[in-house]
Each structure stands twice: as C-alpha cells, then as structure tokens.
Design a protein around this ligand. Structure first.
Ligand code: NAD
Length: 270
C-alpha cells in the first residue's frame, strides 16, 4: 500500500528509544526522511544507523524539548538541512507512577515540563514553518491517562489531557492553513528487545508486528493486566507506530483535531 509519505521529512522527538524508536523505524521503512531528535544522542544514533542499514533515510539532532532555544534550533537545523519539514511527531513524555500525595513537588514540575511544556514549545517552533509552507501534520503522543484518568498518573494525566486540549485549539486556529493536529493515546505499551526492533520493516514479508512479543513481562503480570483490555492483550510499540504512519500519510488529510486511543479498547471515548 502506498502511504504517499516517501521523501517527506519528519521530526520524531524522543525517537531514540521504545515507542519513538518504533515510530522512527516504521516511518523510515515507509520511505520518510526521519530526523530523530533526542536528548540521548547515542541512543538516537543507534536507531538512525538501524534505519539506514535497512535502506531508510535517518539522521540525528541532539535536542532538549524542555528548552525552547533547543527546540527552535532543532527546527531551524532540520529546515536548513532539508528545505521542508512535513510532519512533527511529539513523542517525548515521562512519568514516575506514584500516588499524587506521594510525589515530591519537583516531580510535578518535571512532568509538566516533559509532557506539556515540551509539546507547547515544539508546536510553537514548527508552526511558522508549517503555516508558511501551507502544509504540516502534527502528531502528538498523548495517553489514555489523559482521557480517562489513571491511578498514580494524576499529574501526567493532567498534562496529557492538556496536550489534547492544545491540539484541539491549534486545530481551530491553524487547520485552515492546511496544518492538521491529531493525538494518539497509547495504553500500557511495552518495549521491544533489540532483536525485535531489528525486525521492523513494513515491507518485510511478515508485514507489521513481526516478532513483537512481550515475553520480558512475567506471564502472571501480563495476564492480569491484559484482562483490562477488551482485545485481551497489551499493546506493543509497533501498534502505536502504525497509527502514527496513518496520521503522517495523506490517508488522514481530512482528519484533524482528533484523539485516537491505540489501546485494544481499554479507553472508549465518544
Ligand atoms: N510506554 C507506555 O506504556 C506509554 C503509555 C501511554 C503513553 N505513552 C507515551 O508515549 C510516549 C513515548 O513513551 P516511551 O515509553 O517510549 O518513553 P521512553 O521514556 O521510553 O522514551 C522517551 C524518549 O525521549 C527521550 N527524551 C527524554 N527527555 C527528553 C528531552 N528533554 N528532550 C528530548 N528527548 C528526551 C529519551 O531519551 C527517550 O529516547 C510518551 O509521550 C509517553 O508519555 C507511553
């Protein structure tokens, strides 16, 4: 299937590990020119090397999404190197799961910076470029915690709800400039081993999802958690990456301001 993304440039923040890594490799596999922006340059470089090894195009920019100057420099350099950025995937996020009253005050600040302020900064830095080019797709990785609340994720969930609200408001202000804003909400999503990551290729015979397992999670715990998911199993990074590819592609051109849970039915919101 042609997703009509080949040759387009995408920035993936936090593309150096887990979900961001699967997103980067999947988009590179679909022919996109992937710029992996991560605070961990070495991890990002490994992902870029793997993408290139598999025939894709990828490069790395060291960036700290909690610093507006760093984010602006990330956008400026990507535009200077590539001429145009077509897609921005705001993937960086972080939480330490614990009850609200047990969180040290500094942890609130850290969560707000990494989950919400970073998203505001990235949108602020990219939008003038998208508006000028009359083209852009912003894909925000939010969370089901932001749609329905979650134990031990109160501040994180508040930030992720904020990302959804920001995305809707920006839709009202800038979709007329042919810029779309959509959010993807993972549920519990588990990392893949290096071998599993190496097997990611949307053009492989096996197609999506080859080798994705959750064997690193103890069977008992996996079974218990899976019960909360109507589909009966937990998500993988590649499940999220597939939804990102859809929103990056022209298949989603008339979709903006939307929030899609990719969580096996865990969250069902009208
Ligand atoms: N993993 C899950 O179960 C899950 C569930 C729901 C939502 N999410 C969301 O999905 C996204 C990815 O989650 P993940 O589990 O893959 O995260 P992760 O912590 O495994 O990876 C985050 C990446 O972001 C990078 N990063 C951290 N701080 C940064 C900064 N200041 N500037 C630039 N890069 C930075 C890290 O180096 C890392 O490569 C997040 O937004 C998260 O909230 C994850």
């Amino acid at each position: 299937m042609d997703f009509d993304v080949a040759g387009k440039t995408v920035i993936v923040t936090g593309g150096g590990s887990n979900i961001g890594r699967a997103i980067s490799l999947t988009l590179a596999g679909a022919g996109m020119n992937v710029v992996i922006a991560d605070i961990m340059e070495d991890a990002a470089q490994k992902v870029a090397d793997l993408a290139v090894l598999n025939g894709g195009k990828a490069s790395v920019i060291k960036a700290d999404v909690t610093s507006f100057d760093s984010v602006q420099a990330m956008v400026n350099r990507t535009v200077a190197d590539n001429g145009q950025v077509h897609v921005l995937v705001n993937n960086v996020g972080w939480t330490f799961d614990r009850f609200f009253l047990e969180k040290p005050l500094e942890e609130y600040d850290k969560e707000i910076k990494l989950n919400l302020l970073s998203n505001i900064y990235c949108n602020r830095a990219i939008l003038p470029h998208f508006v000028e080019k009359k083209y852009g797709k912003v894909i925000n990785i939010s969370s089901d915690a932001g749609r329905m609340g979650e134990f031990r994720e109160s501040v994180y969930g508040a930030c992720k709800a904020g990302v959804i609200a920001l995305s809707k408001s920006l839709t009202r202000e800038y979709s007329r400039n042919n810029v779309t804003f959509n959010c993807i909400c993972p549920g519990a999503t588990f990392p893949m081993s290096d071998d599993e990551v190496s097997s990611i290729s949307i053009f492989s015979e096996q197609g999506f999802g080859k080798g994705m397992t959750q064997e690193k999670i103890p069977e008992e715990q996996r079974a218990k958690m899976s019960k909360a998911y109507p589909i009966g199993k937990l998500g993988t990074n590649i499940d999220i990456a597939k939804a990102v590819l859809f929103f990056a592609s022209t298949l989603s051109d008339y979709i903006t301001g939307q929030t899609l849970s990719v969580s096996g039915g865990y969250s069902m919101v009208d």
